[in-house]
Design a binder for this molecule. Structure first.
Ligand code: UTP
Length: 289
């Protein structure tokens, strides 16, 4: 079955980036000149997704506005003959069928995904975490979709993390299948040292089977008193199993101060407009370090 729908949970409180995120959604933080969530929507579209549901919350209306039309701005850009910019701005509102739904309380990533139940219906769907920007030649969601089409099983986007940070992430039990493809039969969110299953962690992308909703309905709040998506995925991992893809792409955590800086610096270095002058500036800064 082809994956046509994607859910982008973007309703978290973003406490790790306060005070920037007191009013501004972290998903709207720019990487040079484009908000994080636009990179994510563009990845979904480039992967062939047609319908996207963004889960928002109070105070996140900016996200909805960003994907709307802006007639006054558009006519000003056209009138001043800034045709390229005019087209870029128009394109944002025509990217895909984008729907919005509010998660009324920040009860966790699992709860945010559960909010998407009636949008998704009875088909497999992609989840792209709203604060994880992944840049690479081939869209990561597409990499996962290809594995889904082959194995017809849920697929996790995974990467190895270092042993000193695995306790802040999920840890999964995996067995190699071929190349960068694995099977996954168990997982745990934020493991203690003796609970670590491997240094592979689920990072930012997955394809979930519709059965996840039934499981989420019955998932009790776990770590941080939130309904953890990992707890629900674990039930499926232990029964039918998941596939896992060690995806090719550079991931930036836009919910983390260092992640935001890495995204900005690395993207600025390759930016067509400012790349060269930024490189010169950065070299000068580095000489004084
Ligand atoms: P995070 O755990 O990184 O988001 O969730 P957070 O709760 O905003 O983080 P901090 O710890 O307070 O900084 C990963 C993704 O899930 C969404 C977030 O918006 C983010 O894109 N999320 C999280 C929800 O949509 N709802 C929630 O209740 C929690």
């Amino acid at each position: 079955m082809q994956i046509k729908k994607a859910v982008i949970p973007a309703a978290g409180l973003g406490t790790r980036v306060l005070p920037a995120t007191k009013v501004m959604p972290k998903e709207m933080l720019p990487i040079v000149d484009k908000p994080a969530i636009q990179y994510i929507v563009e990845e979904a579209v480039a992967s062939g997704i047609e319908d996207i549901l963004i889960i928002t919350s109070r105070g996140k209306d900016l996200i909805e506005d960003h994907f709307d039309k802006t007639p006054e701005l558009e006519s000003r850009l056209y009138g001043t003959q800034k045709y390229k910019l005019h087209q870029d701005i128009l394109d944002i509102s025509n990217l895909a069928n984008i729907y919005f739904l509010r998660q009324k309380e920040a009860k966790g990533l699992g709860h945010a995904v559960l909010c998407a139940r009636s949008f998704v219906g009875n088909e497999p769907f992609a989840v792209l975490y709203g604060d994880d920007v992944i840049i690479g030649e081939k869209p990561v969601t597409k990499q996962l979709m290809e594995v889904y089409e082959k194995f017809e099983r849920g697929v996790l986007g995974v990467k190895k993390v270092s042993s000193d940070v695995i306790q802040n992430y999920s840890s999964i039990k995996i067995d190699p299948i071929y190349d960068n493809i694995y099977s996954c039969t168990d997982m745990i969110e934020k493991p203690s040292k003796d609970q670590v299953l491997s240094l592979y962690s689920i990072l930012g992308r997955c394809i979930l089977p519709p059965e996840i909703f039934e499981v989420l309905e019955n998932t009790k709040p776990g770590r941080g008193d939130e309904i953890q998506l990992t707890d629900a995925m674990c039930i499926i991992a232990q029964s039918t199993g998941f596939m896992a893809v060690d995806f090719i792409g550079k991931r930036y955590d836009m919910g983390d101060k260092l992640g935001i800086m890495k995204a900005s610096v690395e993207t600025a270095l390759t930016h067509p407009e400012i790349g060269e002058s930024f490189r010169g500036y950065l070299k000068k800064v580095c000489m004084n370090l």
